[in-house]
Design a protein around this ligand. Structure first.
Ligand code: FAD
Length: 412
């Protein structure tokens, strides 16, 4: 009898929402793996208790709005899959509070009407509401105004991204996934085949590597592929604490103003895209210091709220944050194999909104499963890193910057 095959070692780089979702998905398929077996490990930099050098992931900073309808069809598909999965996670990970888009101009309302049609066409529940109804659902963010309308998506909601990470990691640990503290420095390969990862604690051997390191992904694979994953800075503000409401209200977006807000339970929060895109270096942390170029956009965003809310949010105890996430030239995540290096995949520029869907897709690729039909084939094609091959780096960077101001792809 021949000796048993050694297990296939899968190593995931990154333990944000994507790396954690991948760990849970890959370990879930343990029993179905077509070859003798595999092990899953997750690598991420050691946590530090020194606040001045804290390494924060994008996931830890995201307010977690989950709006499923996107003018880019792959994103709607991935968001719908993700919402279905988040609904199965423990309470507190995802709340299906609904989402509202508010418009005040005839053009803005026409866009809402178009989006209503798009939503219904892809099987997403949506209703156009008059201003009174909108104010009834989210009174702190809207006061009745005859000229306004709202598009309501009852199945959208808000995530608590760190709780989702905890839930995925608990599930993965229960299935023997090992979490290792070290920083990846590069991929080690031999004759075009992955053999491991160079890390700050030495080489870790692996047969399959998935780089899911968010804004840090391009650097780890820079000698193998150029990835147009551009880190951009984004302002978000938490208002001071206030008494919690009996029921959390839907999140709200004002697409014409590039402003959004959510009820965090203990406070309100809002963000704005209405400023010049600010590309930054990934650096040590996804949290940067506040940039004064955000001041006027934040001030302007406040004018979207009723006066009482505006005053409350501006009160003592509000916190301004500059968080970094990634944009790409076409507004889609990058997820798929790195050509020419067998056993290497990348998955980056993935929102909380799409993370479970992308994890499912990449799991299928890594395990060599092809059972998702036409839709899966289309998704793989749309997200394939190869799509940027041969394009000029500067041009890609410029296109990515343009995506920031149309983050919901409303102008497709
Ligand atoms: C202010 C802000 C608001 C946002 N709002 C929303 C929102 O409302 N809705 C939404 O869907 N999304 C939102 N996003 C986007 C979303 O947070 C990110 O796209 C998502 O969290 C990315 O997840 P990730 O796991 O790919 O990356 P990250 O969460 O950044 O995780 C990367 C992981 O890689 C690890 N890592 C880094 N370097 C290395 C290395 N060298 N070796 C090994 N591991 C490494 C990190 O430690 C971390 O564990 C927002 C982001 C920000 C910053």
């Amino acid at each position: 009898m021949s000796p048993p095959e050694p297990p296939t070692r899968i190593l995931i780089l990154g333990s944000g929402i994507l790396g954690s979702a991948l760990a849970a998905h890959l370990s879930d398929f343990h029993d179905h793996y077509p070859i003798p077996g595999f092990t899953v490990q997750v690598l991420s930099p050691p946590s530090t208790h020194e606040p001045s050098i804290a390494h924060k992931s994008s996931t830890s900073l995201a307010p977690g709005l989950i709006g499923q309808l996107n003018a880019l069809p792959p994103l709607t598909t991935l968001a719908k899959t993700s919402v279905q999965e988040y609904l199965t996670l423990p309470p507190g990970c995802f709340s299906q509070v609904g989402g509202l888009e508010i418009a005040n101009t005839p053009e803005g309302i026409a866009t809402l009407e178009q989006r209503l049609e798009q939503a219904l066409a892809v099987g997403l529940e949506a209703r156009l509401l008059d201003s009174e109804e909108v104010a009834g659902l989210a009174p702190q963010f809207h006061q009745p105004d005859k000229g306004a309308k709202g598009l309501y998506f009852p199945t959208d909601g808000v995530a608590e991204p760190e709780r989702i990470v905890d839930a995925y990691q608990a599930s993965a640990r229960a299935r023997d996934v090992e979490f290792i503290e070290a920083t990846a420095l590069g991929i080690k390969h031999l004759n075009g085949v992955v053999v491991g990862v160079r890390t700050t604690t030495g080489i870790i051997g692996a047969d399959k590597v998935i780089v899911a390191s968010g804004i840090w992904t391009p650097k780890i694979v820079e000698d193998l592929i150029h990835l147009p994953v551009i880190p951009v800075a984004h302002p978000y503000i938490h208002g001071p604490a206030r008494p919690a409401r009996a029921k959390e209200t839907p999140f709200v977006r004002w697409p014409e103003k590039s402003v959004y807000a959510r009820d965090h339970g203990a406070c309100e929060g809002f963000g704005t895209y209405d400023h010049k895109p600010l590309p930054v270096e990934a650096g040590e942390s996804a949290e940067k210091g506040w940039d004064s170029s955000f001041d006027s956009a934040a001030e302007k965003a406040l004018s979207s709220f009723p006066e009482e809310t505006r005053k409350q949010i501006q009160g003592e105890g509000s916190r301004r944050m500059n968080g970094v996430f990634a944009v790409t030239p076409d507004g889609l995540p990058i997820a798929g194999p790195v050509r020419g290096v067998e056993g290497l995949w990348v998955a980056a520029a993935v929102w909380i909104t799409h993370a479970a869907g992308v994890a499912e897709l990449v799991t299928g690729m890594v395990l060599g499963r092809e059972d998702g039909g036409e839709e899966e084939v289309e998704l793989r094609k749309a997200l394939d890193p190869v799509r940027f091959e041969g394009r000029e780096e500067e041009e890609l960077k410029k296109e990515s910057g343009g995506r920031y101001n149309d983050i919901y792809n409303l102008e497709e």
